[in-house]
Design a protein. Structure first.
Lengths: 489, 312
């Protein structure tokens, strides 16, 4: 190149290229100052309330209700009445109409919901826009299709709805988890009382507006907001089924509480997924998969690929490529369309991540964080990778639920399987190899509900999702996702 | 020991000793990554910066049977001063022509910073005897070309005669002397991303200063995923050997928006060092006017009709 520059004469090159801010507009979104509880198709004034904020700026967004046991019972009674008053006996094709309507309205209002999801939850707008919203709508479309085909879905088993489903969802994919829960429940003919997560109630509350637009009969879906005590009240209330997605600790408590009660239960809990890279994998694409596996949604993903197993022969180059790729991640304003990694969802979660990362340092793992300037306000944590991690370290055992990756190595496929399965969890796993036979061999042996091959964090409403061991039981999505909402004669 | 991925037959050549493993490319994942990068939102001053960079990186091209010295002279004027109404718009990097038009371009561009590039080696098919191709390269260099855009023999590549492809590039490189060599892979004929990666590494090993996607004579020329695969090959070579190889997408890039998507890929894959005409070129003809229109829009806030930009 020296030859070219010698002959010179070109204008001097301006200093580097920085992308100008490209924030998504908040104009479409109209937030109320305060929200009640959505019960029986009406807004109920709550006895107590709390403030929900934007984790990226700590800006207060709205006042929402803190539902107590009496209010939860009231919501369950409204759901029971709607169930008895006709929803359960409505022909499936009629129920399907409502679900199709909801799906279409979600599509129409997707930008509004995407902005809200990023605002209240801290996730990058490109993810809420391209992942959460399309998938949420897809779930309603998918289960709308099943509503009038239940007898064909379960031939000779005479499926009938259970009654009132109590549903408790987490804060990592607020609207998507709502869709995963509400769509199959309604398709099967149940009514619902749903409690969104304490930190991310707003998309569920905006969803009530969608329900009204769709003219869903009052009481079929009820939304009660609040903290863990509201969830506990819902578990104890007169529901026929509890569906919970969240931490393993709370899941265990719910299971204890429900033992002997006759209420049906499905749990979708934590994970510590192994993402396994063989030396014949397409490396640059595997690195993309590693990044997507752990830094997608700030690592607030139950199926996050938080343990990376790399074949020892390529560990060096893979880690180098990974670090370089991490340096290009754009951390910052969740509403900016160029942001790759957004804000940590809450102060409590940030503290948990910090504590586990400190333990990793103490235990002797080597830490790398790319240089990035984090905003001063709000809850932020830089993408982090630990190398020289031993299987016995806490960061290799416990779910961190943040943008923190632990890198381990293996030598043979057998060792990869053994190490990957050596965890109390079993939600998901990833396998990266060019060999089709090896993918099948691994998938047979990995004890995980989902095994991705040469991809990661891919979801489809037709594909069941759920865990082994401490990752829970029951499946959501697909035909399997209908079964927990049905009784069979 | 875990098996190293097998090199394709014919690859055990005098490749640079530390050339990275050939490796594989996953089609689904590379297309997904390219699509993701294409969604970057480049606004205001960062857009203007990118548009001016794109102008500086353009190899303004005319490769028609009907090309004449007059046509080439007009194109050279455009290359030097793309927007007569705005002196701040820089010159393009080079003018790219057929061998017979090199003297016309040379004459018009003498003493300027705009280079003369010539296609050679029986462009676009490359289906001629090697001595004919080498002779053509010697001729265009003698006529004053600063840069030579050669094509690889895809027939040889696809039939597995990698050594032949390699040797041809070596011979052409020697014939280039001080002229810069861009090696056109003609990706539309290679069929797979794996082949694109192999051909890129082969060309680089054989001495290419630039790797280039296409002749522009076929549909499905430069695409974002192909570009990404080639950038990753360049990056692997740089990391293994420290050698910086240039990249030139060509064919099918007609809009500013598309050009910026290519630049974003370079920025996020190879880094800011490659954002210079010394290491990055865009082979195009109609793209330039679209960029000029966008630059004027960024500066004035209003679009002007096509009639305000010259057709050359």
């Amino acid at each position: 190149m020296s030859e070219l520059s010698k002959r010179g004469g070109r204008a001097p090159v301006p200093a580097g290229w920085t992308y100008a801010p490209a924030p998504e507009s908040r104009e479409l979104l109209r937030l109320e100052e305060r929200y009640g509880l959505y019960v029986g198709g009406e807004w109920l004034e709550p006895a107590e309330s709390y403030t929900t904020i934007s984790p990226a700026t700590e800006e207060p967004l709205a006042q929402v209700g803190q539902a107590g046991p009496a209010e939860v019972e009231h919501a369950v009674a409204a759901a029971r009445a709607a169930f008895d008053d006709g929803w359960s006996s409505l022909p499936g094709s009629e129920r399907a109409k409502y679900l199709f309507r909801i799906a279409r309205i979600l599509q129409e209002r997707s930008r509004e919901f995407a902005v809200l999801e990023s605002l209240n939850g801290g996730k990058p707008i490109k993810e809420s826009r391209d992942v959460d919203l399309p998938l949420a709508a897809a779930h309603f479309f998918y289960y709308a299709g099943w509503a009038d085909k239940l007898e064909y879905a379960f031939p000779n088993r005479r499926p009938r709805p259970l009654g009132v489903a109590g549903q408790i969802i987490p804060w990592n994919f607020p609207l998507l988890m709502l869709a995963w829960k509400v769509a199959p429940a309604l398709a099967a003919g149940n009514t619902v009382v749903l409690k969104p997560a304490e930190t991310t109630p707003l998309s569920a509350l905006l969803f009530c507006d969608v329900l009204r637009q769709a003219e869903l009969p009052p009481g079929v879906v009820n939304i009660v907001t609040g903290d863990g005590s509201t969830g506990a009240a819902l578990v104890d209330a007169g529901v026929d089924k509890i569906a919970f997605t969240g931490s393993t600790e709370v899941g265990k408590a719910i299971q204890r509480r429900l033992a002997g009660s006759g209420k049906k239960l499905t749990l979708e809990l934590g994970g510590k997924a192994a993402n396994i890279v063989f030396d014949d994998a397409a490396l640059d694409q595997a690195v993309e998969g590693i990044v997507n596996g752990i830094y997608f949604n700030q690592g607030h993903v139950c199926c996050a690929g938080s343990r990376l197993f790399v074949q020892e022969s390529i560990a060096g180059p893979v880690v180098e490529k990974l670090k370089r790729r991490m340096a290009t991640l754009r951390v910052g304003d969740p509403l900016d369309k160029n942001t790759d990694v957004g804000a940590i969802n809450s102060r409590a979660q940030l503290e948990k991540i910090e504590e586990l990362v400190a333990s990793g340092r103490e235990e002797g793992a080597e830490v790398y964080q790319p240089p990035c300037r984090l905003p001063e306000k709000g809850y932020w944590f830089a993408p982090t990778v630990f190398t020289n991690v031993a299987q016995s370290y806490r960061i290799a055992q416990e779910e961190i639920f943040g943008p923190v990756l632990s890198v381990l190595t293996f030598r043979t496929p057998d060792e990869a399987v053994e190490k990957a399965n050596n965890t109390p969890y079993g939600l998901s796993a990833g396998v990266w190899t060019e060999k089709g036979s090896r993918i099948l061999w691994m998938a047979e042996r990995l004890r995980a509900g989902v095994v991705w091959a040469n991809t990661y964090n891919r979801f489809d409403p037709a594909s069941p999702f759920g865990g082994y061991k401490e990752s829970g039981f029951g499946r959501e999505g697909g035909l399997h996702g209908l079964e927990p909402y049905l009784a069979f004669e | 020991m875990a098996q190293a991925p097998a090199l394709p037959t014919g690859f055990e050549l005098p490749l640079e000793r530390r050339l990275p493993r050939i490796g594989a490319v996953d089609q689904v994942a590379v297309e997904a990554r390219a699509a993701e990068l294409a969604k970057r939102s480049i606004k205001r001053e960062s857009k203007l910066w990118a548009l001016e960079l794109a102008v500086r990186c353009i190899d303004l091209t005319t490769l028609e049977g009907q090309d004449t010295p007059g046509k080439v002279a007009a194109l050279c004027s455009k290359a030097l001063r793309p927007d007569p109404a705005d002196a701040a718009v820089p010159s393009v990097a080079a003018v790219c022509v057929y061998p017979n038009l090199v003297p016309a371009a040379r004459e018009r561009l003498a003493g300027t910073a705009v280079r003369v590039a010539s296609v050679a080696t029986s462009f676009p098919s490359g289906q001629s005897p090697l001595d004919v191709k080498v002779r053509e390269v010697e001729d265009v260099v003698a006529l004053g070309a600063d840069e030579v855009d050669m094509v690889i023999d895809r027939g040889a590549f696809l039939s597995g005669r990698y050594a032949q492809v390699y040797d041809e590039i070596r011979r052409v490189k020697e014939a280039c002397g001080d002229a810069h060599l861009k090696v056109i892979l003609e990706v539309a004929e290679l069929g797979t991303y794996d082949n694109v990666r192999r051909a890129s590494l082969l060309a680089i090993a054989a001495g290419a200063d630039f790797v280039k996607t296409s002749t522009g004579k076929l549909p499905g020329a430069a695409t974002l995923p192909v570009h990404l695969v080639m950038l990753e090959a360049i990056r692997d070579v740089y990391e293994e050997t420290g050698r910086r190889v240039g990249m030139k997408p060509a064919g099918g890039i007609r809009t500013s928006k598309n050009a910026i998507q290519y630049l974003v890929q370079v920025h996020e894959t190879l880094g800011p060092d490659w954002l210079t005409p010394d290491l990055y070129r865009i082979g195009a003809s109609s793209l330039l006017n679209d960029i000029l229109m966008q630059i004027r829009k960024e500066k004035t806030g209003a679009y002007q009709s096509k009639d305000y930009f010259t057709n050359d």
